[in-house]
Design a binder for this molecule. Structure first.
Ligand SMILES: Cc1cc2nc3c(=O)[nH]c(=O)nc-3n(C[C@H](O)[C@H](O)[C@H](O)COP(=O)(O)OP(=O)(O)OC[C@H]3O[C@@H](n4cnc5c(N)ncnc54)[C@H](O)[C@@H]3O)c2cc1C
Length: 387
């Protein structure tokens, strides 16, 4: 079987790796720029397991297990650092929060509730007087998404996959619901199977086979910050559900904070020229959130701001599987602003599925049909919640 993968982000590269690790199909990956050059390379790389659906927790957990195994699997640690994840919520979100924590405990995530009055012990100055509930995930952390994607690509190549960079896929030829040929700007490639892992361009690639994926793109914005007080690499990453703020250690004493987002539309994406970047309004929003939750770091200055497109369906969870009008066109997209951590877990199950094995974790909840059947997979907190 000859499998073509469109996209060299963390999904495309991890799927290439698992296909070669589990079976021995011929794998050819096409990346229009360089490996990890889009959402993956701009990701904050936070790894946590706080979700409202058991299956999503399972994928996140499998993702973090695989990240911890990377030195053995790939010969690189992918920058995975388990500093923990401290998540807090107000009264309005308390019931959902407690539900998510007990679900996590059911599937074996190492998480415990902690007293809001004790937050300061974990991150000095972290304000807890206006929150109702807090929890610490001990085995969560962050990784370097660029290192992870390039590590998967390198290992897939060692196992026999062909990785083509600077090679945009410009068309897919279809006969009888089957993609027969991948067209790049230079060549034609006969294939038996195609995986669409094109991230923010996944809707464009699906349009090549006349499928309209219900994906919208958003611009996720973050900034690396430096304050007079050090944000130690050993402090846990903080997530404030009420404000939508997150902060994770960066380097030896700085931190990356984010939570700002812009809706960018449904129409196909030509390039990145309509990226807005981090605006003064975003900086004001970020500054206000930090001042409120982490006042000890309120004098932080911006070291580097950046933004990148992410893509999400209406329920903000991945679309995985073969659309019903196709036979050999597999979609793996829509991980939005939380898809990095689950990518290794999904990639393993996707590879098993493509190779005709039983997936380690059940994928059916992620099928495209859920939107037609109005059977959405919405997070428990609010519309647009990724948890
Ligand atoms: C600022 C930011 C912060 C984030 N923070 C986190 C976080 O803390 N934790 C987390 O879990 N997730 C986070 N995410 C989300 C996560 O990064 C994404 O869900 C994930 O990287 C998506 O990977 P992907 O492989 O689907 O897409 P991408 O990385 O975008 O890869 C798709 C690739 O396809 C290529 N491509 C597209 N069209 C074609 C074509 N026609 N031919 C050939 N190649 C093509 C593109 O060039 C691109 O390299 C964040 C994202 C951003 C932007």
């Amino acid at each position: 079987m000859r499998i073509g993968i469109v996209g060299g982000g963390v999904y495309g590269t991890a799927i290439a790796y698992f296909l070669k690790e589990i079976g021995d199909p011929e794998v050819v990956l096409f990346e229009k720029d360089s490996i990890g050059s889009a959402s993956t390379g701009k990701s904050a790389g936070i790894v946590r397991h706080h979700y409202s659906h058991e299956i999503q927790i399972r994928f996140a957990k499998r993702g973090s297990e695989i990240l911890a195994e990377l030195p053995d699997r790939l010969g690189t640690d992918g920058g995975f650092h388990q500093n923990g994840y401290l998540i807090i919520a107000g009264e309005e979100d308390e019931a959902q929060f407690r539900h998510n924590i007990s679900l996590q405990q059911t599937v074996g995530v190492d998480v415990e509730l902690i007293a809001p009055s004790d937050l300061d012990e974990y991150v000095p100055g972290l304000r807890g007087d206006d929150i109702a509930v807090a929890a610490l995930e001990h085995d969560a952390g962050f990784a370097d998404p660029y290192l992870v994607a390039t590590g998967f690509a390198r290992k897939a190549e060692e196992l026999g996959a062909t990785i083509n960079t600077n090679t945009p896929v410009v068309d897919l030829e279809v006969e009888d619901g089957e993609v027969t040929t991948i067209q790049t700007a230079e060549d034609s490639h006969s294939v038996d199977f195609v995986v669409n892992a094109a991230g923010p361009w996944a809707a464009n690639v699906a349009n090549m086979v006349d499928i309209d994926l219900p994906l919208k793109r958003y611009e996720a914005k973050v900034a690396a910050l430096s304050a007079s007080k050090s944000y130690s690499p050993e402090y846990p990453t903080v997530s404030d559900i009420g404000q939508g703020l997150y902060a994770k250690p960066e380097g030896t004493g700085d931190f990356i904070a984010g939570g700002m987002e812009r809706e960018g539309g449904h129409e196909p994406l030509a390039d990145r020229t309509d990226l807005e970047g981090v605006t003064n309004t975003d900086f004001e929003q970020l500054g206000a959130m930090i001042e409120h939750r982490l006042p000890r770091f309120a004098d932080a200055g911006v070291v580097e701001p950046w933004s990148e497109f992410i893509t999400a369906p209406p329920d903000w969870h991945q679309i995985i599987g073969i659309p019903k009008t196709m036979k050999n066109f597999y979609v793996a997209a829509g991980g939005s602003g939380h898809g990095f951590k689950e990518a290794p877990g999904f990639a393993e199950s996707i590879a098993e599925d493509i190779l005709g094995e039983t997936p380690s974790n059940e994928l059916s909840a992620y099928h495209l049909q859920r939107f037609e059947e109005d059977n959405l997979f919405t997070g428990g907190y609010s519309d647009g919640s990724r948890s």
